[in-house]
Write a protein that binds this ligand. Structure first.
Ligand code: OOG
Ligand code: MG
Length: 254
C-alpha cells in the first residue's frame, strides 16, 4: 500500500534541507488525485510548524511553461507566509536546491469566493493586481518530474515576491512582461500567454479550489502562472520582473 504520509515527509524534508530526491514516479505510481493528497499532507506539515497559508499558485497556464517542462495540464499549489519575500529584499540561494525565477501576475482577493467565477464576475473578487516573481525549486533531481510528481511537490513552490498593488480594474490583458537579471532582459513575453487572459487563471483557480475542497478567501494572493519559461538564478544577480502598467518587482540573490 502506498504510504502517502511517508512520501509527503520525504518531499517536505527535501524542501527544508534543500536536498534533492529522486523522482517519485521511478518508485511509485501515484495518480493525480493521490498526488494532490500528498501535496495536502506535505503542506499540512508546514502549517503544523506554524507557517500560514497566504494563497494559491497556478502552474502551467502558459504554453512556454508547458513546453519547457514537458507537461500539458494546469496545476495548482499552496503558498505560505514563509515563501513570501519583500520586494527588493534578499533571497538566499543556499536555502534552495536549484531555484528558478518566473515573471507572473498576482491577484489580491477582495472577498471569499463561494460561487463559480466567469470572466464577467471575476473582478468583483479582486482587490488588486500586480506583477510578481515566483521562485520555483523542484525537490526532484535535475528539476525533472512527471505531472503527478510536481503536483505532489506542491508544484515546485518555493518563494515569491509581489510588487505594489494596483486597482482591480488596471489593465492586465495583452501587456508586455519581462524577466531581467542585473538589468538585462532574459525573458520577454505578454500577459496573454497566460491562458489567453490572466483573469482566466483566477477563474480556473476558483474552479479547481472548489473541486478539490480548497478555498479562496479575502486577503488571499493568487499567482496566475508564468508568462514565459523560467530561468535559473545565480548568486549576485538582481532579478526583476516588469509588466506594462504594473511597474516592477525585484529580488537580490545572495
Ligand atoms: C512547476 C511550476 C509551474 C508556473 O508558473 O507555470 C509554475 C515547475 O515548473 O516546476 O509555477
Ligand atoms: Mg509559477
Amino acid at each position: 500500500m502506498t504510504n502517502y504520509n511517508k512520501i509527503a515527509e520525504t518531499l517536505d524534508l527535501a524542501a527544508s534541507n534543500a536536498k534533492p530526491i529522486p523522482q517519485l514516479n521511478l518508485s511509485h505510481s501515484l495518480n493525480i488525485e493521490e498526488a494532490y493528497a500528498v501535496q495536502s499532507i506535505s503542506i499540512s506539515r508546514r502549517y503544523i510548524r506554524g507557517e500560514k497559508r497566504v494563497g494559491l499558485k497556478m502552474g502551467f497556464t502558459s504554453k512556454a511553461k508547458m513546453e519547457q517542462m514537458g507537461v500539458n495540464s494546469i496545476i495548482w499549489g499552496r503558498l505560505t507566509n514563509q515563501m513570501a519575500h519583500d520586494n527588493g529584499g534578499d533571497l538566499h540561494k543556499n536555502n534552495f536546491i536549484h531555484p528558478r525565477a518566473e515573471p507572473e501576475i498576482a491577484f489580491l482577493i477582495s472577498k471569499d469566493i463561494n460561487e463559480t467565477l466567469t470572466l464577467d464576475n471575476v473582478l468583483d473578487f479582486v482587490e488588486g493586481v500586480t506583477v510578481a516573481i515566483e521562485i520555483i525549486d523542484s525537490r526532484y533531481q535535475n528539476f525533472k518530474f512527471s505531472l503527478e510528481d510536481v503536483v505532489a511537490d506542491n508544484c515546485s513552490s518555493a518563494a515569491f515576491t509581489i510588487g505594489d498593488w494596483h486597482p482591480a480594474n488596471t489593465n492586465i490583458q495583452d501587456i508586455a512582461m519581462s524577466l531581467n537579471a542585473n538589468g538585462e532582459a532574459v525573458r520577454t513575453g505578454n500577459s496573454n500567454a497566460i491562458l489567453g487572459n490572466p483573469l482566466e487563471s483566477l477563474v480556473d483557480a476558483a474552479r479547481l479550489a472548489q473541486e478539490n475542497g480548497e478555498y479562496i478567501i479575502k486577503g488571499d494572493i493568487i499567482l496566475a502562472g508564468a508568462a514565459t519559461a523560467a530561468i535559473y538564478i545565480e548568486t549576485g544577480q538582481t532579478i526583476t520582473a516588469t509588466a506594462e502598467g504594473l511597474g516592477s518587482v525585484s529580488l537580490n540573490v545572495k
